[in-house]
Write a protein that binds this ligand. Structure first.
Ligand code: AMP
Length: 402
């Protein structure tokens, strides 16, 4: 990674602004339902504390509509963080302004201050320059550990870096970039890309980008029916993007020309409708009856995909193989999750649904890297530049910027 890491910085006595992802699920009573994201940020926070920094933490929570919303305060997170750190965490009732500045200035070395929800100010998402400057006024050094929002140019992920230098990656961000960069820049082969989910149109960039490196592409989910249609198969009432059939045909012939091994389902699980009460029926062969729709990959496809996965040295997976939210249509996705987990390849799983599937299959600990940022990892693997990453100081220029 060519970006500066928090590990490269001398933090002693410095006020460090750390953009974290504390966007945790809360229940109606304002209690934290799942603190995984808070726990995930502990290594970076503890690193800064141990180094003697004065730690200022900022995050968004939910989608407040243009102003403060008591339902979306980060105060409960300050309490939870304090318990996890076994140390009092100070809380600032606004993320900018004199009071927050006073609290930041009063922090002792190793002290921690959590700022109120950044999105209580609409300027945050507008990447308003003055708001970025006001955030920057709190600190001397900037660290971004919120990979999940790095694909958005917001004041706390991009704008602030115009006023604070150096800007470094936190430990979580660094790990994300390490694995994702490797998958893009120097992957081991055979490289197997598994792409599923609802729509071809959402994954075109990802598919095109993965086709630059992949030896094998395994397609599943609703998007596979658009590809099957392009190959002339009967897809019944399956979800098809009619206006993307030509594009699917182009991608198929690109793969043929480049000798990329692109697999489509050769059998299916179908149903009368997508419904919790609908029965799962197996269809041998490629064609789906006119009165049925495809909801999962069939057993022969699962075995074929598992065999390809077993040969891989690099695996990137995004998107489920079927309507995995319903148990009777989840087997294909779970089978892929298990196959990825038992492979010795470097495996990267990104995207909320695929991550949910590896957790549901109980194999999360066997995946090399589970990306915390669905949209961000999709964009990164699709070859796009992430504003929140681009804004960080390059290692090469670090000497000059402090
Ligand atoms: P994505 O966000 O594009 O990765 O799509 C995930 C969604 O695709 C999940 O909610 C799945 O239920 C849905 N999905 C996967 N396979 C199918 C299918 N065969 N028919 C309809 N929806 C599907």
């Amino acid at each position: 990674m060519n970006k500066l890491s928090i590990r490269d910085l001398d933090l002693k006595g410095k006020r460090v602004f750390i953009r974290v992802d504390f966007n945790v699920p809360m229940n109606a009573g304002g209690q934290i339902v799942d603190d995984t994201r808070v726990r995930a940020s502990l290594p970076t926070i503890q690193h800064a504390m141990r180094a003697g920094a004065r730690v200022i933490l900022a995050s968004h929570l939910g989608r407040p509509k243009g102003g403060p919303d008591p339902q979306l305060t980060l105060q409960p997170v300050a309490v939870r963080l304090g318990l996890l750190l076994a140390k009092a965490v100070f809380f600032a009732g606004d993320c900018v302004g004199e009071e927050a500045e006073r609290q930041a200035a009063a922090l002792p070395g190793g002290g921690v201050l959590l700022l109120e929800n950044l999105r209580f100010h609409p300027e945050e998402e507008k990447n308003d320059s003055e708001f970025g400057r006001r955030l920057a006024a709190l600190a001397q050094v900037y660290v971004n550990d919120a990979f999940g929002t790095a694909h958005r140019a917001h004041a706390s992920t991009e704008g602030i870096t115009h006023f604070l230098s150096p800007s470094a990656a936190g430990l979580l961000m660094e790990r994300e970039l390490e694995y994702l960069c490797k998958a893009v820049e120097s992957p081991a082969h055979p490289y197997v890309a598994i792409v599923g989910g609802a729509k071809v149109s959402d994954k075109i960039d990802l598919l095109q980008s993965l086709m630059r490196f992949a030896d094998t592409v395994l397609i599943g989910g609703a998007m596979s029916y658009t590809f099957l249609k392009a190959r002339g198969a009967e897809v019944g009432r399956s979800r098809v993007e009619v206006d993307k059939v030509d594009l699917a045909r182009d991608l198929l012939s690109f793969c043929e020309r480049r000798s990329i091994n692109l697999h489509l389902p050769k059998d299916h699980v179908v149903a009368e409708k997508i419904d919790a009460a609908a029965a799962a029926e197996k269809v041998n062969g490629r064609d789906i009856p006119a009165n049925r729709l495809g909801v999962d990959i069939g057993p022969a496809t699962r075995s074929e995909y598992a065999a390809e996965i077993a040969r891989a040295k690099t695996i990137v997976w995004n998107g489920p193989m079927g309507v995995f939210e319903l148990d009777q249509f989840a087997e294909g996705t779970l089978a892929v999750a298990r196959a990825v987990a038992s492979s010795s390849a470097v495996s990267i799983v990104g995207g909320g649904d695929s991550v949910a599937a590896v957790i549901k299959a109980g194999v999360a600990s066997k995946i090399t890297h589970i990306s915390t940022g669905g949209g961000a990892s999709l964009e990164f693997l699709s070859g796009m530049k992430l504003p929140g990453v681009e804004a960080l100081t390059d290692k090469r220029s670090a000497g000059r910027s402090g």
